[in-house]
Design a protein around this ligand. Structure first.
Ligand code: NCD
Ligand code: ZN
Ligand code: ZN
Length: 351
């Protein structure tokens, strides 16, 4: 049986939510990810260092016994964020970055930024304190075609941002287009990008196959297959600017399967590294998974690579169709379907 052993991976973009939902999300992410960049788009959002540290404690309280999983916290930038907020975040070792949501771009982004240029003094403070900027990179003009929103964000905002703040580390999160791949590839070494497993495996046609599939609806929305191919090429290219970030984003079933407005976000934390392994092996590039999943993220953030390893084997298994999610149910991506790769547990390893 084909197996692959990797340095333990990290997840550089995940939504763990809060309250009862942490009992599902934290054990799932902690199965093999050593660290994860935790998104701050709670309601209300996590906008100060004090709130981020409190949220971190809630996450740690749900960490399985014996797990050393480490949540890396982020601040949600708003029009009210001050340079003092940035300094306080920079002084806290548990806070790794700040996240910019253009207002209205995605789930829980109502408190996001109305004018990116108004935030330039904040970016200057982040540059000075070496705090990375994480971007949900889509324009929000409701008249802009949804499939063009990421591409237009590059021309309208990102190019200028990168020019104005040459020392600012920026992660273009969950990229979905060949234009984003090209931009990141051509930019300097401080510009990186995360890529999700679902954007490597699915194109927009999959969302409509056999009837509308709410489970595949996320933002930025899945694109044409030529974009998926460009993402796969980038992820498997051993270029350290492209690294793992699952964007696992759970919503209760009644909000996903909602006839009057399906919530955006795919839950992949129950089978994330397994899905990446599937994408890489389908491309004949499984040996490139370790760099993408375990090396390039910590290198970009200036953190040590993990010391432990995990082993995956090509041995199909079926993920449950629903998972418990507080008082709700959660439909994981690929629930009830075969997953081609399996995590080898320590007991199996020593057998
Ligand atoms: C995310 C969520 O549900 O919080 N949804 C999504 O479709 N990706 C928000 C985000 O990452 O944009
Ligand atoms: Zn986003
Ligand atoms: Zn996200």
């Amino acid at each position: 049986m084909q197996t692959i052993t990797l340095t333990q991976p990290d997840d550089w973009h995940i939504h763990l939510r809060d309250g009862d939902y942490l009992a599902t999300t934290v054990p799932d992410v902690a199965r093999y990810f050593a660290r994860a960049i935790v998104m701050p788009n709670l309601t209300p959002p996590v906008t100060t260092a004090a709130q981020a540290l409190k949220y971190r404690d809630e996450i740690l309280a749900h960490r399985p016994k014996g797990s050393a999983f480490e949540p890396l916290m982020t601040l949600y930038l708003t029009d009210q964020t001050t340079a003092d907020d940035i300094q306080a975040a920079a002084l806290s070792p548990a806070i790794a970055a700040c996240k910019l949501y253009p207002a209205g771009a995605t789930t829980n982004s109502e408190a996001g930024i109305a004018s990116i240029t108004n935030l330039y003094p904040i970016f200057a403070a982040m540059e000075q304190h070496q705090l990375p900027l994480l971007l949900h990179g889509e324009v929000t003009d409701p008249s802009t075609d949804i499939f063009d929103r990421e591409r237009l964000f590059i021309d309208q905002y990102l190019s200028q941002l990168v020019r104005e703040f040459p020392e600012l580390k920026i992660v273009f999160e969950h990229i979905t287009t060949r234009e984003a791949v090209q931009f990141v590839r051509d930019a300097g070494p401080l510009i990186g990008a995360t890529i999700t497993a679902h954007h490597l495996l699915y194109d927009r046609t999959a969302m409509f196959q056999g009837g509308l599939k709410p489970i595949l609806y996320c933002l930025p929305v899945l694109k044409r297959d030529v974009h998926r191919a460009a993402l796969l090429e980038a992820a498997t290219s051993a270029n350290p600017k492209f690294f793992i970030g699952t964007d696992s984003a759970p919503h209760p079933r009644h909000q996903k399967e909602n006839a009057c407005g399906c919530a955006a976000g795919c839950y992949t934390a129950a089978c994330a590294i397994e899905l990446y392994a599937e994408a890489f092996s389908q491309a004949g590039q499984i040996e490139k998974l370790e760099g993408f999943a375990s090396h390039f993220g910590p290198d970009f953030y200036g953190l040590p690579r993990n010391a432990h390893t995990i082993t995956l084997e090509a041995s199909p298994w079926t993920l449950p169709e629903t998972l418990p999610f507080g008082a709700d149910a959660l439909m994981p991506l690929r629930g009830g379907e075969l997953i081609q790769w399996r995590l080898r547990t320590e007991t199996q390893q020593s057998a």
